[in-house]
Design a protein around this ligand. Structure first.
Ligand SMILES: [Zn+2]
Length: 326
C-alpha cells in the first residue's frame, strides 16, 4: 500500500477512480493519526485508516496483537490512553504475531524488555531466516493450537494451514465474540494485487470458510479503517467465487491455438497472448459487478492480478493444465 512514485518535481496526479463507498470507511482519526476503539469489554482495536492492530487490557498487563509499523508509536499511545482512562496497567507483557510479515510486525521491537513474544513455529523460523531486528522471533511457539491466558482473559491461537502466508494464524477471543485473522479479507475493499500478495492460492480461497466456522460477531481483518462483519466475509467469498467461476469459463472458451500460431517460434509470446486473453475475459465481469460494492474494485490491476493467480491455480493446483497430446 504505497503511494505512486512521483517523478522529480511533479506530484502524483489524483487518480480518477470511483468514489469509495462510505460503508468502506471507518471512524475519523485523532490528531496523532490513529483511532482506538473498544471491540468488546477489554479488547480494543487500533487503526491508522489502512492497518489494524489490537490489544487486551488485563489486571496482569496488556497483550498486543500485531504491531504494524505504520501505526508504530501510536500503538503505545493508544494503550496508554485506554489504560489511563480505565485505571488499569499499561505494561505490555505479551505480544502475539499473526504472521511474520514486516508490514504487520515491524513495530514489535518498540515493545522490548520483558515482553513475551508468541507466534506460530513457522513464524519463528521465517523471522530467524529474515533476521530483521525490528521483528524479534517469538520464543513461545506452537504447531497447531495455543491457548493464551493472561489475567483471566483468553485468546485461542490456531494454525489451519498456509493461506496468505505459510504461518498466518487465526486468533479467537471466545470471551469477546471476536476473531482476528489478517490479510485475507479487507473489510469493504477488494484484495490488492495477487489475492493480497498471498502465497497459497487454494489456502487463501478456503480461509474465509474456516474463519466463518468460528463463532464471532466482530472481525479484526488487519485492513483498512473499520472492523469487519460476517457479511463482509460473505461478500469477499462471493467475489472470489465469482472470479473462480469466471476463470473456469474463460479457460474453457478461449481457444489458445490462434495465439500460438500467431506467435510462431516465440512460444512465450503465445503464452502471453493466450493467458492475457483468458485473464481479461475472466476479470471484466467481476470488475463491473463489484465496482461500487467493494472499494477499489475499479482499480483494475487488483482484480486482474487476483484473477490471473486464481486462473493459474486452477490450471496448476486443480488441473488440468491443458489437453493431453493425442
Ligand atoms: Zn501479510
Amino acid at each position: 500500500m504505497t503511494s505512486p512514485v512521483a517523478g522529480a518535481g511533479s506530484a502524483p496526479h489524483p487518480p480518477d477512480y470511483a468514489p469509495v463507498p462510505r460503508s468502506a470507511l471507518g471512524p475519523a482519526l485523532n490528531d496523532q493519526g490513529y483511532y482506538v476503539g473498544r471491540v468488546e469489554r477489554n479488547l480494543y482495536w487500533v487503526t491508522d485508516g489502512v492497518y489494524q492492530s489490537a490489544f487486551l487490557t488485563t489486571p496482569d498487563g496488556v497483550v498486543v496483537f500485531d504491531a504494524p509499523p505504520s501505526i508504530g508509536h501510536n500503538l503505545r499511545r493508544a494503550v496508554d490512553e485506554i489504560a489511563a482512562a480505565n485505571g488499569v496497567s499499561n505494561t505490555v507483557t505479551h505480544l502475539v504475531y499473526s504472521h511474520h510479515h514486516a508490514d504487520h510486525a515491524a513495530a514489535s521491537s518498540l515493545f522490548d524488555g520483558d515482553v513475551a513474544r508468541i507466534g506460530h513455529e513457522e513464524t519463528r523460523r521465517l523471522l530467524l531466516r529474515d533476521n530483521d531486528p525490528a521483528r524479534p522471533a517469538p520464543e513461545v511457539t506452537f504447531a497447531d493450537r495455543y491457548t493464551l491466558e493472561v489475567g483471566g482473559e483468553r485468546a485461542e491461537l490456531a494454525w489451519h494451514g498456509p493461506n496468505h502466508s505459510p504461518d498466518n494464524i487465526y486468533i479467537h477471543f471466545p470471551g469477546h465474540d471476536t476473531l482476528m485473522f489478517i490479510d485475507v479479507v479487507n473489510a469493504g475493499w477488494v484484495p490488492i494485487y495477487n489475492l493480497n500478495l498471498s502465497e497459497d492460492v487454494i489456502g487463501y480461497m478456503g480461509a474465509p470458510a474456516t474463519a466463518l466456522s468460528y463463532p464471532w460477531t466482530h472481525f479484526i481483518c488487519g485492513h483498512l479503517g473499520r472492523l469487519a462483519t460476517r457479511d463482509d466475509v460473505a461478500v469477499h467469498q462471493q467475489y472470489i467465487a465469482d472470479i473462480e467461476a469466471s476463470s473456469r469459463e474463460a479457460l474453457a472458451s478461449v481457444d489458445p491455438v490462434p495465439f500460438y500460431v500467431a506467435a510462431g517460434e516465440n512460444a512465450w509470446a503465445g503464452v502471453k497472448g493466450h493467458l492475457d486473453a483468458v485473464t481479461e475475459r475472466a476479470a471484466a465481469p467481476i470488475i463491473a459487478k463489484y465496482t461500487g460494492v467493494l472499494a477499489a474494485a475499479d482499480i483494475e490491476v487488483f482484480t486482474t492480478t487476483t484473477t490471473f493467480a486464481i486462473m493459474q491455480s486452477l490450471r496448476l493446483d486443480c488441473g488440468p493444465s491443458g489437453p493431453v497430446h493425442p
